[in-house]
Every structure is written in C-alpha cells, then in structure tokens.
Design a protein around this ligand. Sequence first.
Ligand code: GUN
Ligand code: FE
Length: 453
Amino acid sequence: MRTIYFGTFVHSLALADLQVIPSAAVGVAENGTIEFLDQNASSAEASAERHSWPAGSYSVVASDPSSASFFFPGFFDTHIHASQYPNVGLFGKTTLLDWLNSYTFPLESSFSDLKVADNVYSRVIARTLGNGTTTAAYYATVHAAGTNLLADIALKAGQRAFIGRCCMDANSPDYYCDKNLEEAQKATLEVLDHIKKIDPNHDIVSPILTPRFAASCSKELLCWLGKLSTETSLPVQTHISENLLEVELVKSMHPFAASYAGVYDKCGLLHDKTILAHAVHLTDDERLLIAKRGSGVAHCPASNSALTSGETRVKWLLDAGVKVGLGTDVSGGFTPSILHTARQALLVSRHLSMKGDETHKLSIEEVLYLATLGGAEVCGLANKLGNFLPGKKWDAQLITLDCKNSPVDIFPWELEKHEDLVAKWLFNGDDRNVAKVWVDGKLVAGTAFISFQ
Ligand code: GUN
Ligand code: FE
C-alpha cells in the first residue's frame, strides 16, 4: 500500500544546506519511490487530496507533533569491514601495519568457518541497521563462501549493501591470503555470480571489486580488477594513503607509478565508481587526479584517530570537487554508528583548524551532508537516494529524541527549536533514538520495529 509520512523532516539539499521542514508530508508509492514532498502540509489527508490519492488507498505514518521527533534520510557507511566487527575497540597503541598483523588478519582468517561468518555478519548488519545505516559498502574477507553469506544476510535483512570479497595476493601472511592470481580471480568471480543470482538487478545488494589496498596486491591482480570493472561497470573500493609507512611501502612495491593514486590509476581502478577509504596523506597532484577521475573518498575520522593515522582534510578535498562521504571503518574505527562518525568528523576538522587554518572546520550541516547525500554520491546513488526529493527511494529513519531511555534530555522550550534539536541529536544521540528504519519503503529496523516483533 502507498504511505504518507507526516511530521517534521530534516534532510540535506547540498553541502551546507540542511533543510528543516517543520510540517511536511511525503507520499511514497508501493514500490518505495517518493511521489511528492509537500512543505507546509496541514495533514496527511490534505496532502492526499491534493495529489488525488483516494481515502483508503494509503496508510499514514506520523511523527508525534508534541514530541521531539523527525524523519531523516538513512545513513551511508561508505567503508566498513563487516568481518572486523568483533574487534571494535581493540587496537591498543598499534598503528595500521602492526594492527593488521596483530588484530585484523587473525580475526579475518577465522571466517573460513561459516558459523563464525554467520554469527558476525548477522550481528553487524542488525547493529548498523539499528543505528540508521540503510546503505553500507562492506569489505568481507578473502573467503568466497563467507562473502556470499554476507550478501545473503544483507538481502534478507533488507539493508542496501555493496559486498566486496577482499583481494590480497601479495605481501600477506601465508595463513591469510589469496594463494595466487588465479585463485583470487576464481574466488572473485564466484562472488559476482552468487550476487547476480540472489539479486539480479542489484537493487539491494551489489558486488564491489575490492583490492584490499595496493600494499597487498600484485600489479597483475590490480590490473585484472581494473579491467574487470571497466568491462562490467562494477564499482571498486580500496584504501589509499591512510598511514605514512603504508605510503612508503606502496611506493617501494609499485615503482611503476609516480604516486599511490597513480598505482590505482595506471591499473584502471580510479574512476567514478571508486570508493577510496581514508585519503589522509594525499599530495596535491593526487587530489587533482582523484577529482579528475570522479572517484570518491570515504572519510573515516574515528579510525584515523584510533590508529593515529592522521587527519583527512575534508574541506580541501571538497574544494577540488572530490566527492566525500563517511565511513566507520569498523574495526579501525571503534563505532558502527554513522551518527557518532559524523561527530568525530566535526571534531577532527576542529583539530585541523586549531593548527591555524580555520577553513578546515566542518559544521553540523556539513557533517550530516557527508553522512547522507555525500555518501550517496560516493556510492554513485545520489540520483536515487540521500534525501527526500520526489523520485528518490524512501530510505529513512524516524528519530525520536524524547523516547524512553533517551541519551538526550530535551526541555519544553526546545521543542520548536528544530536546529537545536538536530545539534543535540548529533552530539548525544544514539540508536535508542532510532525508532524506525525503512529501506526501499520497507520497515526493517528501529526500536519500535524490534518491540513490535
Ligand atoms: N588497509 C588495508 N587493510 C586495512 C583494513 O582492514 N583496515 C584499515 N583501516 N586499513 C587497511
Ligand atoms: Fe578500512
């Protein structure tokens, strides 16, 4: 049945343009597509009449007007390692390369056991959906069977997901790697076939080609993946310039290119469907090359702080026209929440600005853009997701700040101050405030969904 959502709506129209609509109605067709967005709507029924939707042909979901609640677009997590979820918070004082060896590879290698994969993947998807993540770009592990299972679980849970089998045929431990190029190719194609079978049009789950990073792939594997992405138009995700030792390692492993970004470019991996995680230590030439190729950056501030990787210059990237979204980078990042990651993005930008350049500072509006529409752009989905404009899909959250056990205290005089409510949500809110989560028009998660079940 069609649905009219009625109440307060908050969404991004552009980087610094966060629109708050105190009383609006959004009409959503049976297939999950938004048909209208009425600003200044007096009621769902009045909007139905205006759009010739007969009584009885639609249901109504209204946010309680006396409560501090609003509809917000679903979050995009543009970079998350589903398999690393058990390790959130476990990093000690390590930095990237020793963290990979001591914490990450041992955990990922255990995904040869499908029982481990089933348990972890089910829980990370439930947790991210419950935090309002309606689209996620997932790294799985090298194992094809486990990666296929991740796709199955995401599809069943109704979370939009890019699913990547991790390719790593060089410079990796013997106990955890692709044994050779042929094995990497075979396992990669196996996953593509499986996802094609379970979701032929990739409406909800899509494969994504995933060279782990240039430091764990041979040139041959990188170029094979680049060629495959050109032939199939499949998206690509990888890491770039996260850590200074990593940058040096990539230079020594791949002297055929002048820079880290150049390695990906020479192998055909830098294009408008490429998601580059981190991008902390890029040179200006690399920034311009990435902008020219139309690739996007997954900014992972919690991870970059935890692993002391550095501070990504988000404004500097945006100024050159590079698309930017947010990534939790679980478990380099300790939180599966994009709301928390947006908070971290705002704080990291202030650390950059404290070094003397105020232009780095990101506002609340800007980090919430990165969490939604910016993420949609990075994932190549801005034409169908990211805000509530007609023609897009209803991927949304109902946020309630004055719910039972809320971590946010709201006072009576604040109820009409919607911008203040959004600020309080950004800094203190969490999944207890996520009452409902919809993907493609279907209710899939949220505290109200769980208590209803
Ligand atoms: N670079 C290569 N692999 C990884 C990973 O698993 N996490 C992060 N943060 N960086 C990486
Ligand atoms: Fe990562």
